[in-house]
Write a protein that binds this ligand. Sequence first.
Ligand SMILES: Cc1cc2nc3c(=O)[nH]c(=O)nc-3n(C[C@H](O)[C@H](O)[C@H](O)COP(=O)(O)O)c2cc1C
Length: 311
Amino acid sequence: MLILAPMQGLTEVLFRRVYERHFPKALDYAVSPFLSLTHGTVASDEQLDDVLPENNVGSMRVVPQLLGKEKEEFVVMAEGLQKLGYDEVNWNIGCPMRRVAAKHRGSGILPFPDEIDEVLRYVTARVGVALSVKMRIGHRSGDESERVIDVLNAYDLKSVTIHPRTGKQQYGGTPDLQRFGECLKRLRHKVIYNGDICTAEDYNSIVQRFGVHDVMIGRGVLYDPSLPLKIRGEECDSRKRAADMVQDLMDEIVRVFPADQPRVRKMKEYWCLAYRSLGVVESRARELLRLEGYEEFKKGVEQEVERLKVG
Ligand SMILES: Cc1cc2nc3c(=O)[nH]c(=O)nc-3n(C[C@H](O)[C@H](O)[C@H](O)COP(=O)(O)O)c2cc1C
């Protein structure tokens, strides 16, 4: 299975719908960017919009993700999501953001396996939906994964996705593949690999080395939206298809965001990663990022799209 990684600000429903329109069934499903439990038992409007089934018509299948260690809120949210029709909820114990991790949430809970145990014991005894987990190998050190795995092995989980970096590493350095292999051996659950899959070769080398069949991809899909097709061995004109998708994405942002500032901010968030899919050089990509108005920025992107189509 090929799974779209959750990326706050990027893989929300707007992207998932546009992506599915241009690359139908290329990805098997997506995990949603996290819904925070620190808001209590209600999701913010923005968070809720992202998982409302009516908004997800035309998107790929979605598994909502929860972030936090507030166990009562977890149960209420999971029950609410079940009422919306979801049969699986993903628990994020990998988010490395400092303000999150400092309070033992996201990757910050990994050095405290007893706290993970407490949440899982409480939640699994109460919720009717399947639970999956997305984790890093530790917060400060990969050793932390050992005790975490002992805890995870004591519960019924649908899958465990591992991004083999520590929280402290954020996105720097390289994934610790040796540690991933150790986790894979010890976990009794289905394991999904995640991290730095940007080409079909990256995918093949993970699959061949570890024999895993489920891979979650984040940035690689934005760098090259045809990547899932390439992994599946399908021929395609990837630049042209990326150009069509980027154009559609920009139009959709104009449709969804009524005010100029949020519009241009959102366009730039995508552009920071997606310019590579059009073969635009970094200096030109940066030049566009300096444009302030949304119309100016959109026109700049359209010029790149046109150049590619003509060329
Ligand atoms: C901008 C951004 C936002 C992210 N938001 C989330 C999130 O909401 N939940 C989560 O579990 N991981 C989040 N991640 C981590 C990704 O899901 C993924 O684990 C990471 O990017 C490594 O995979 P990749 O190399 O395929 O991108 C985020 C990553 C980025 C770059």
